[in-house]
Design a protein around this ligand. Structure first.
Ligand SMILES: CCCCCCCCCCCCC/C=C/[C@@H](O)[C@H](CO)NC(=O)CCCCCCCCCCCCCCC
Ligand SMILES: Nc1ncnc2c1ncn2[C@@H]1O[C@H](COP(=O)(O)OP(=O)(O)OP(=O)(O)O)[C@@H](O)[C@H]1O
Ligand SMILES: [Ca+2]
Length: 494
């Protein structure tokens, strides 16, 4: 017990053994299956703790203490409770939103069976809202929720659900601080509440890229121990009008087309992305336009580094959101025909691509990695895609370039500066016009759509700025894997 209490008072200290106590929870005595004869005067006490398993997974284990002296036992329990209460980083009251329709539609079941018992065990009280329609969570957070009552917000769902929470919290924070979201140069006020993600979606990229695995129990344990990881958020504008925030992928061309097609096949569940991905790959459309960007020259690191964003990586939040006039001089421009224009504000690692779209991107450095894939053959594009699933460098190809940037703009060719013109109508008109002009060619439509964290944007011409560390998550980033993992012989006893 002394050993446990010592570790409890230093919850983030790592030791060299496989089992590491990160926290303790006192379980109700009624849960205990006694190992020794128990009398009413000598009930055992069970302490639950977190231990690491393989591949970034965390799990909960129990240890049962027996004490013949009632007074001493009470002292143990009292001390553990006091120590736990003293840990101010741990949340005590959470607001939970569950999307019952995300991913394989298992959100409610995952929460009730895997997460709620852990929260109860850790004495966390919860208000749970099962959403009834899209944007329910966003609008509730924006206007109604009594946020002062909570230490954090938890969403059970995928990246789209997380995006709702971000929009609700960020918009509310800006409104309460008198910040105008429509101005692309405005510095946004960071949100104070941390966000927890219990993965129950189709891609779960934000969860995977911040924890290292999409496992509901692991994520719940990171919430319980009160982890905190700051994260960048991009704001997306069109003609000085705010469109959306993005925290993972902003993708035009390939990923925009995959998403647009897959939205019509939601009934397929997560498999819709494979189907639409294959179809979009065969379609092989390219799009013409100009990308201008402000390179992040004042930071260490490039998208081609071998370093990875890992737990404990420290970034200096200075110079993170810069106004355009100050840096106008340093802007670069790339024009051409692109199969894909991707901005990855984080690695975008997910089960489909465990290293992600930009493996060296950082979660909280105030930059996004702008990946430009120029028109190339299907064969070469397939080679590029396949490299997302292997150790080979997906940027080491003549038709791919990547820049670490603080802001960027995209202007499609043929774009008319008319905000009233509907993107799809405009696209259709142009497509038919171009194809009439070149009847024999296999023309691409003039416009694709932007995939903004899994939502389609209504405009092709956009301006994007990165807001450094605008939000915080209940995670600690991906931990380095221990060099020796010997599950068969866990060496450290309690
Ligand atoms: C040949 C295999 C190549 C595999 C290449 C895999 C690269 C995958 C990179 C995924 C990056 C996901 C980034 C995260 C985006 C999320 O904000 C968003 C919302 O959840 N998800 C998607 O847009 C969902 C996007 C899902 C995209 C799936 C693309 C699948 C491509 C399949 C191409 C098949 C070609 C086969 C030719 C024989
Ligand atoms: N009750 C609801 N009914 C219908 N749609 C909902 C409801 N609650 C939330 N949504 C919407 O469902 C969409 C998809 O949700 P979610 O992100 O959880 O799953 P997903 O799209 O399968 O996973 P991923 O985003 O990881 O690919 C989101 O855009 C969200 O706004
Ligand atoms: Ca970043």
């Amino acid at each position: 017990l002394k050993h446990s209490l010592f570790l409890l008072s230093q919850p983030f200290k790592l030791c060299n053994c496989f089992k590491v106590i990160i926290g303790l929870m006192v379980k109700s005595l009624s849960f205990v299956k006694p190992l020794y004869p128990v009398t009413p005067s000598r009930p055992p006490s069970t302490v639950s703790y977190v231990e690491r398993a393989r591949q970034h997974r965390w799990q909960c284990s129990d240890v049962t203490f027996h004490c013949s002296e009632g007074a001493l036992r009470q002292q143990w329990i009292q001390t553990i409770r006091e120590q736990l209460t003293a840990l101010t980083s741990r949340p005590k009251h959470l607001l939970v939103y569950i999307n019952p329709h995300g991913g394989k539609q298992q959100g409610e079941c995952i929460y009730e069976q895997k997460v709620a018992p852990l929260f109860a065990c850790a004495s966390i009280s919860t208000d749970v809202i099962v959403t009834e329609h899209a944007n329910h969570a966003r609008d509730h957070l924006k206007t109604e929720a009594e946020l002062k009552k909570y230490d954090g917000v938890v969403c059970v769902g995928g990246d789209g659900m997380f995006s709702e929470i971000v929009h609700g919290l960020v918009s509310r924070t800006q409104r309460e601080n008198g910040v105008d979201q429509n101005s692309p140069e405005e510095k946004l006020v960071p949100c104070s509440l941390r966000i927890g993600i219990i993965p129950a979606g189709s891609t779960d990229c934000i969860c995977y890229a911040t924890v290292g695995i999409n496992d509901p129990v692991t994520s719940a344990l990171h919430v319980i121990v009160g982890d905190s990881q700051p994260m960048d958020v991009c704001s997306v504008h069109h003609n000085n009008t705010f469109l959306r925030y993005s925290s993972s992928l902003l993708g035009y061309g390939f990923y925009g087309d995959v998403l647009a097609d897959s939205e019509r096949k939601r009934w397929m569940g997560p498999a819709r992305y494979n189907f639409s991905g294959f179809k979009t790959f065969l379609t092989h459309h390219h799009y013409e336009g100009a990308v201008s960007f402000l390179p992040a020259t004042d930071i260490l690191g490039t998208p081609r580094d071998k370093t990875r964003c890992r737990a404990g990586y420290v970034t200096l939040p200075n110079l993170c959101f810069c106004s355009i006039p100050e840096y106008e001089m340093g802007w670069g421009v790339v024009r051409g025909k692109f199969l894909a224009i991707n901005a990855a504000s984080m690695s975008c690692a997910c089960p489909r691509s465990p290293k992600g779209l930009s493996p060296a991107a950082h979660l909280a450095d105030g930059t996004t990695d702008l990946i430009l894939v120029r028109k190339c053959s299907r064969f070469n594009f397939l080679r590029h895609l396949l490299r997302h699933t292997s150790k080979d460098d997906q940027f080491d190809m003549t038709f791919v370039e990547v820049h670490r940037v603080r802001r960027f703009r995209f202007t499609p060719r043929h774009w008319q500066n008319d905000s009233e013109l509907d993107l799809r109508e405009n696209g259709k008109q142009l497509f038919s016009q171009i194809c009439r002009d070149h009847p024999a060619c296999s023309c691409s439509p003039a416009y694709s759509s932007w995939n903004c964290d899994g939502e389609i944007l209504p405009h092709a011409a956009i301006e994007v700025g990165v807001h450094c560390q605008l939000i915080k998550l209940f995670t600690r980033g991906i931990e380095e894997q221990p060099l020796f993992e010997d599950l068969a012989n866990p060496p450290c006893a309690l």
